[in-house]
Design a protein around this ligand. Structure first.
Ligand code: KPL
Length: 306
């Protein structure tokens, strides 16, 4: 079954007014969020300025086509950025004249480092939008340029970047607003910093990190190193990383990690914003992370954010 969904339909009179959401980055997670938000007023920012058409296969195997018009620069409640971490500032800079018309910016991406860059960039402007950051455990991948498969249900948590800011959250459907987003982001980063570089280098599914004894031993070494770094940085991690990373690898055993998908599709990976970000933190404190360094070097990428 194929359903075409045009996303800016007028809301039913009994429903709360639809939020205006502009999406920048229509890859796997951007397309999945557009599907969740299909009853809102959705727009996209595409290079062609022509709007975006994407297909998504839901969990029952039904296909839907999403048609998002190009953002008309009218005031928008949310600008949601789901580009690759490395592309964030370059995508945002041309929107500087639009900032007074954007109420909130949400960065929903893998990795860390880009949030700080955006916060610093926004701080120069008097009429800057509120900055939000988020993490998602939804499973989605692109099976072709236009087609996304929704592979696993998850949760998307968002929170304010500025921890002092206690303004109540405006509603963003299908997300949970949390007060400890920084702790959650760091926990997710730690897990990604174990699974992603190893699977990308070894070109294996997540589950193979457990079934192969040598991989499993190396995974424990890497996890223990990152757990040690977090202790040195005073970043709380209230679980054993070796154990949690193994649980996640088990739960996603058949997955190709996002970094491996990037390698296989000859796209740049986000590891400079995962492992690279941790190496930068370590360097600031004169700490060394030989295992993390090894995996990043294996991938032939420079071990710091560009
Ligand atoms: O988040 C992931 C990723 O691939 O980026 C994990 C949890 C490792 C699942 O594949």
């Amino acid at each position: 079954m194929t359903t075409a969904v045009s996303t800016s339909a007028a809301p039913h009179p009994r429903n709360p007014p639809a939020a205006s959401i502009t999406l920048l980055g229509m890859g796997a997670i951007g397309t999945l969020m557009a599907w969740h938000w299909r009853s809102q007023r959705l727009f996209c920012l595409s290079r062609s300025q022509q709007g975006c058409e994407r297909r998504i296969q839901d969990q029952q195997g039904a296909n839907h086509t999403l048609l998002l018009p190009h953002w008309d620069h009218a005031p928008t409640d949310w600008l949601v950025i789901t580009t690759k971490a490395a592309d964030t500032l370059n995508a945002l800079r041309p929107l500087q004249p639009d900032l007074p018309r954007i109420n909130n910016i949400l960065l929903l991406q893998n990795g860390m480092g880009q949030q700080q860059q955006v916060a610093e960039w926004l701080s120069q402007f008097s009429q800057a939008p509120q900055l939000w950051v988020g993490i998602s455990t939804e499973g989605a991948y692109r099976s072709s340029q236009q087609q996304v498969i929704w592979a696993g249900c998850g949760e998307t948590c968002i929170g304010r970047w500025s921890e002092q800011d206690r303004i109540p959250a405006p509603a963003l459907p299908n997300t949970r607003s949390v007060s400890d987003i920084h702790t959650r982001m760091r926990a997710k980063l730690a897990i990604n910093a174990v699974i992603n570089p190893m699977t990308a280098v070894l070109q294996c599914r997540n589950g193979e990190l457990l079934s192969n004894a040598d991989y499993s031993r190396q995974m424990t070494l890497l996890a223990n190193e990152i757990q040690w770094l977090y202790q040195q940085l005073g970043w709380s991690l209230d679980f054993s990383l070796a154990q949690r990373a193994a649980e996640v690898a088990q739960a996603t055993a058949n997955n190709l990690s996002s970094s491996l998908q990037d390698v296989l599709n000859q796209r740049p990976t986000e590891l400079n914003y995962i492992t690279g970000f941790l190496l930068q933190q370590a360097q600031k404190h004169q700490l060394s992370l030989p295992h993390s360094e090894y995996w990043l070097q294996q991938l032939g990428e420079r071990s710091r954010n560009e």
